[in-house]
Write a protein that binds this ligand. Structure first.
Ligand code: UDP
Length: 325
């Protein structure tokens, strides 16, 4: 594989994957409508500014580029927004994805890497969660991703020359260690980003959503994975398909988690700022613990994490936050 087409390559995770593809010598074309992404985050290859719903432009761009692999990130990702506006999520994350698969079939293109999410598991009974756990999403965001995965699975089963890998991301965090790219959303809802913005003084205090969960310190446990390790999982997935393996679904996480209180302690220590923390009620739809069993990814592709270190994750995110000003 040489040429990779990346939808959403100007976004947080997409831009780290484009960087990694560039470092490995791939030719890359990013297709992004820049609704939440940033042109300057695309460190490698070409950028075509376009919407997934613009089938004509998408078809023309794909047909002209003829990629060997396609990585599909472009999607809406806010759980709360998906609850308020489900159709927005089903339209973009499910319908536009289906539209993309159709165009790929029409042009006889294959090797899709799909960004999926641990949200497909809903509130799992057991942790760490394996890929065998039946999907049971509890919000439209998770459901919209689950449906796209299902369409891919059915399509691959029906089509000999079509293969895909779905990667189910756990809690992605951190930034480029060189400080060039990182998370840059208008609404920061994720714990680490929110904690660091509180340290910067953007918020008066950090709310801890729920302190009465059945966990050792009463706060929720998540499996935080550095965005560069996640990016490496995408390259491992491409290699996996290139080596002739079949389609697959892989969890992306480290296999162990940290509580909200532990994350807060690391954020205070890394920033050196004793920012205000207040206990708040549980947030709707939060499972007490969500930890990846990532043995399948490791065994099938040889992927190995390089930054399994919460301190490093928070430090790179902090350096990036400071650059944002
Ligand atoms: N969380 C919190 N305060 C915040 C943001 C998040 O206590 O300001 C908690 C949230 O309830 C969850 C964990 O941190 O238990 C991770 O939440 P995040 O939104 O980062 O990711 P999610 O696991 O929902 O994808």
């Amino acid at each position: 594989m040489k040429k990779i087409f990346v939808t959403g390559g100007a976004g947080y995770i997409g831009s780290h994957v484009v960087k990694a593809l560039g470092e490995r010598g791939f030719d890359v074309l990013t297709y992004d409508n820049l609704s939440t992404g940033h042109a300057e985050a695309v460190l490698h290859g070409q950028l075509v500014v376009g919407d997934l719903s613009d089938s004509e432009l998408l078809r023309r761009t794909l047909n002209h580029y003829r990629p060997d692999g396609v990585i599909h990130f472009a999607a809406h990702i806010e759980v709360a927004e998906s609850v308020d506006n489900p159709l927005k999520y089903y339209r973009n994350n499910t319908l536009n994805a289906l539209n993309l698969w159709e165009i790929l079939r029409e042009l006889n293109l294959s090797n899709v890497i799909f960004s999926s999410t641990a949200a497909v598991y809903g509130i799992p009974e057991h942790n760490p969660v394996t890929e065998e756990t039946p999907p049971a999403p509890i919000n439209p965001y998770g459901a919209s991703k689950m449906m796209s995965e299902r369409v891919l699975a059915d399509l691959a089963a029906a089509t000999r020359d079509f293969k895909y890998v779905a990667l189910r991301y756990f809690n992605v965090a951190g930034a480029d260690p060189q400080g060039r790219i990182g998370q840059k959303y208008r609404n920061a809802t994720h714990l680490i980003t929110r904690a660091l913005k509180t340290a910067k003084g953007e918020y008066d205090g950090l709310q801890v959503f729920g302190t009465d969960y059945p966990t050792p310190d009463g706060t929720c446990i998540r499996d935080y994975i550095h965005v560069d390790d996640l990016a490496a999982a995408h390259l491992a997935a491409l290699d996996h398909l290139a080596a002739g393996h079949g389609s697959g679904v892989f969890n992306c996480g480290y296999g162990h988690g940290y509580s909200v209180k532990e994350v807060v302690a690391v954020a205070r220590q890394v920033t050196g700022i004793d920012f205000r923390v207040e206990e708040a009620p549980r947030r709707a739809g939060d499972p007490p613990a969500l930890v990846a069993d990532s043995r399948r990814l490791r065994q099938a592709t040889g992927w190995q994490p390089r930054h399994d270190d919460l301190d490093f994750i928070v430090r790179t995110a902090w350096e990036w936050e400071k650059r944002l000003g």
